[in-house]
Write a protein that binds this ligand. Structure first.
Ligand code: NAD
Length: 499
């Protein structure tokens, strides 16, 4: 069994806390590595290194920083298969899906090649007599990010690429369930020319996270994970005076109107509901057909498609639609929630409870489930299941469907399937959810737009990637300058105003 490490000051560094977490191969259920869990002292050492390295990096001109991003993109492309394999081995997702995880991170790195443009300030010539006014965007200093297990390549890159391109040092605390790819990324970006100490990976659990939140030198925290932890980090981080953005859980509804192309809607639901075993914050977990007739037609189309889904290990190649869930605990939680749905009276139309895969009996595989007649009071509707379980809530009308999605506490993503432009437009305008798809089931914005939910799915003012990322990782300074030719005699005692 392999012992993993931290990546501090450009060096693979063994943990010294004496605490470790097991890293599983979810397909076999075997422990394949141990990851060290950092103490506050180990985190403090990384912060010290970052604080020492950052001023020189912050002073490097933005174009040179962008060139590191450019080379990093090349190296990511060179190593994408290797990264995808390491990712699948710890996470369980299929190889094409793992390559997509790397690719969606890489696209944000590509966007960050435009850092010189994004970091440009503003200038007003002759704002007053002999007065020029200009603003500049400066790095924050030492920044940190805490990431979830479900996108171990993409989400770290969403955070560290704009942070570093903006001139900050960044400390990444990845998920302890799949830490290998984040460690590989840190070495890869140094191969691209990043100085040591600018990107460090410190593995850990709550102790390492609390050390980040409470360290006075760390200026900002990015978090992606479940809502209770997002709320905790946001509250404590803000009260410590840090800039914090936290992205939480989701329960994404897909509304299917009677005029929708039912084959398209069913295909979309299969990919969005069961892809990555449902372990995506943008997965569709609730189908909302409008009218009983639509619901019956939809279910009729879904069932044979679900029954054909191929569940297996990533090593089976492209023949597999989705793999295992991440841990035995995740599997147990999903199956418990399925039981609660059955007990509450929802109709289990496709029952994956007894799913077992020959040769992989100890793997964390969960068969696909489809519920019909789910109601908003049920636990399977209220809670994020994060597994291959699709719930159908039948709505009487478009207004009922809209209200249902609007009343849910989460507001990450949503979709509507319809051929009616008016309905689609009304939905996009009125829905209180951050990312909306119209005949698109997983509306994940591209790198140059921003990503973020509403309500209990996000805490903080700015979104991830796109222009918001450069705003989050810089502070604005505004300078007013006047030269002697513009200076009139005497002192002014009232607030200066332009005449
Ligand atoms: P999680 O909240 O369990 O863990 C996320 C991070 O927080 C990890 O690094 C973990 O080590 C740390 N952590 C866990 N418990 C902690 C504690 N008590 N105190 C401090 N830190 C703690 O989430 P997860 O299971 O890794 O990821 C799945 C969740 O992430 C889902 O809820 C999913 O919807 C959400 N997610 C959201 C987005 C988004 O953009 N909104 C994207 C991806 C995932």
């Amino acid at each position: 069994m392999q012992d993993l490490y931290h990546y501090i000051d450009g060096t693979r560094t063994a943990g010294t806390s004496g605490r470790f977490a097991d890293v599983f191969n979810p397909a076999t259920g075997e422990v394949q590595a141990r990851v060290p869990l950092a103490s506050a002292a180990e985190m403090a050492r990384a912060v010290e290194v970052a604080a020492r390295a950052q001023p020189a990096w912050g002073a490097v001109n933005p174009q040179r920083r962008a060139r590191v991003m450019m080379r990093f993109v090349d190296l990511l492309n060179r190593d994408i298969d290797k990264l995808a394999e390491a990712l699948s081995r710890e996470h369980g997702k299929t190889l094409p899906d793992a390559a997509g995880d790397v690719q969606r991170g890489l696209e944000v790195v590509e966007y960050c090649i435009g850092a010189p443009q994004m970091l440009k300030g503003e200038f007003t010539d002759s704002a007053g007599p002999g007065i020029d006014m200009y603003s500049m965007r400066q790095p924050l200093g030492v920044t940190a990010g805490i990431t979830p297990f479900n996108f171990p390549a993409m989400i770290p890159m969403w955070m560290f690429a704009p942070a570093i391109a903006s001139g900050n040092a960044f400390i990444l605390k990845p998920s302890e369930r799949d830490p290998s790819v984040p460690l590989m990324l840190a070495e890869l970006i140094e191969e691209a020319g990043l100085p040591k100490g600018i990107l460090q990976v410190v593995n850990g659990d709550k102790e390492a996270v609390d050390a980040i939140i409470d360290h006075p030198v760390i200026q900002s925290i990015g978090f992606v994970g479940s809502t209770p932890i997002a709320e905790y980090i946001y509250g404590r981080g803000c009260s410590n005076g840090k800039r914090v953005q936290c992205f939480g859980g989701a329960k994404n509804h897909m509304i299917v109107m009677p005029d929708a192309d039912m084959d398209q809607a069913a295909d979309a639901l299969i990919g969005a509901g069961y892809g990555a075993a449902g372990e995506r914050c943008m997965a569709i977990s609730v189908a909302v057909p409008v009218g009983d007739e639509t619901a019956d037609r939809l279910i009729e189309k879904l069932v044979p498609r679900i029954e054909k889904l191929k569940v297996g290990p990533y090593t089976s190649g492209k023949d597999v639609d989705y793999g295992p869930v991440v841990t035995a605990a995740a599997k147990a939680n999903i199956l418990r929630l399925v039981e609660s749905g059955v007990a509450a009276g929802a109709k289990l139309v496709v029952d994956g409870r007894n799913f077992s895969l020959q040769g992989y009996e100890k793997g964390f595989f969960v068969g696909p489930h489809l519920f019909d007649h789910v109601t908003p009071d049920m636990e399977i509707y209220r809670k994020e299941i994060f597994g291959p379980v699709l719930s159908t809530v039948r709505a009487k009308s478009y207004e009922d469907a809209l209200k249902l999605a609007m009343d849910h506490e989460y507001g990450n993503g949503t979709a509507i399937f319809t051929r009616d432009g008016d309905t689609a437009r009304d939905f996009a305008s009125r829905i209180n959810i951050g990312m909306v798809g119209i005949n698109v089931p997983i509306p994940v914005p591209l790198a140059y737009h921003t990503f973020g939910g509403w309500k209990k799915s996000a805490f903080g003012d700015l979104n991830q990637h796109g222009p918001d990322a450069f705003r989050f990782y810089t502070r604005t300074k505004t300078i007013t300058s006047r030269w002697p030719s513009g200076i009139k005699e005497g002192s002014a005692f009232s607030i200066p105003v332009m005449e």
